[in-house]
Design a protein around this ligand. Structure first.
Ligand SMILES: N[C@@H](CCC(=O)N[C@@H](CS)C(=O)NCC(=O)O)C(=O)O
Length: 294
């Protein structure tokens, strides 16, 4: 590799964290040759820095020279979350899976903090979590829907472990999105906290309601996943579908849905429990999880 030419061409760029020590470097010598080096460490050498050049060390200890123009700070992420929120859990799990650092801000849903004007006006007019705040190049962006956040992280960090099959397989990607939407569009909205708050005064037992509507969503998921699954919901790899499914199963278990009816789902759920990302994103392990529920 010609180190000194790294990052000088238009297609070459390096991405570092804001602290400037750990980054990845994409080096495209030509449109046909594209190499990705994760975990490049940028080191500060004052004399070089003054000339607009930085030194970096690749994981195999190669010394690289990178022009400061080519260093693009990686975005900083802040997630507004609640430990019991299945929609927040999707994002937490995905971030752990991809190795993306999130700083957490907490919204206590049972204290109705999602309805506080500070949060609603500035962050999320839907009065829900999650919200992702992205800070990059001095700008701030908000992403306010969990599935948009998943898609965004996938698009911005395609080099990290993926959550969608390759673009070369649009059918597999559509299968993943079908399953995602069974949970995100059909199951979760009708079993959300605001719905429970609305039906309870009408004398409807929350557990019966949840069992009916979670059951309907899981039944559809089970039928589709029985056709698409391998080890996970679509094939052998973890995808967005699993990231969305697992917190929904946690919710269903909480409301005592009879999960024996969904053997494919439970097989996938058990498989996911073996993975650190799912445990670290789970409602049981969050900093805002009450001590007695851990
Ligand atoms: N479609 C939204 C749904 C968000 C959502 O409903 N979040 C729930 C927690 S999982 C919430 O904040 N509920 C508050 C409420 O119902 O008052 C998304 O996927 O982000």
């Amino acid at each position: 590799m010609e180190h000194d030419s790294v990052a000088t061409g238009r297609q070459k760029r390096a991405v570092g964290t804001r602290s400037g020590v750990s980054c990845w470097l994409r080096c495209c010598a030509s449109p046909r040759i594209c190499e990705l080096i994760p975990n490049v460490r940028i080191i500060s050498v004052p004399a070089l820095k003054a000339s607009g050049v930085h030194k970096a060390i690749s994981p195999s200890s190669e010394v690289l020279s990178i022009s400061s123009d080519a260093i693009k700070m990686a975005p900083e992420y802040e997630l507004w979350t609640y430990y019991r929120s299945s929609c927040s859990a999707r994002v937490r799990i995905a971030a752990h899976w991809k190795g993306i650092e999130l700083k957490y801000k907490y919204i206590h849903l049972l204290k109705n903090e999602q309805q506080a004007s500070d949060y609603v006006d500035k962050y999320n007019p839907s009065k829900t979590v999650p919200t992702l705040v992205v800070r990059e190049d001095g700008k701030e962006y908000l992403i306010r829907q969990s599935v948009s956040i998943l898609e965004y992280l996938e698009e911005v960090h395609p080099e990290l472990p993926r959550l969608l099959p390759s673009t070369a397989d649009p059918v597999a990607r559509a299968k993943v999105r079908d399953l995602v939407n069974i949970v995100a569009c059909d199951l979760q909205p009708v079993t959300n906290l605001r719905i429970l708050n609305r039906i309870r005064p009408l004398g409807v037992a929350a557990e019966n309601w949840q069992q009916e509507f979670m059951g309907a969503g899981l039944e559809a998921y089970e039928k589709v996943a029985s056709l698409t699954s391998g080890k996970f919901s679509v094939g052998e790899e973890v995808t967005m579908a699993d990231v969305v499914l697992v917190p929904a199963v946690d919710g269903a278990l909480r409301f005592k849905v009879d999960m024996a009816q969904y053997p494919t789902i439970m097989r996938i759920y058990e498989e996911a429990q073996k993975l650190e990302a799912f445990n670290r994103g789970s409602w049981k392990t969050q900093p805002d999880t009450p001590e007695e529920l851990r």
